[in-house]
Design a protein around this ligand. Sequence first.
Ligand SMILES: [Mg+2]
Length: 84
Amino acid sequence: MRKIMVIEDEASIRSFIVINLKRAGYAVVEAASGEEAFDVWAQNPDVMLMVVDVMLPGIDGYEICRRVRARGSEVGIIMLTARV
Ligand SMILES: [Mg+2]
């Protein structure tokens, strides 16, 4: 099954996204921080898309992007933000 990782620190927003992606038929794994995201990714190397909150404590969404690409991964990344 196609797998998506949702990285979002706010539990209510994260669960809203996760529920809807599952309803749409995707397998979903989740992380509440950038640090956790890299642990979850290591356990789930078959993730095809990351939905990444920009505003995260610690490693922010931009830094997650940089680190993912620095590893040579071309996994899809959708940035999620309330910033305009
Ligand atoms: Mg956030």
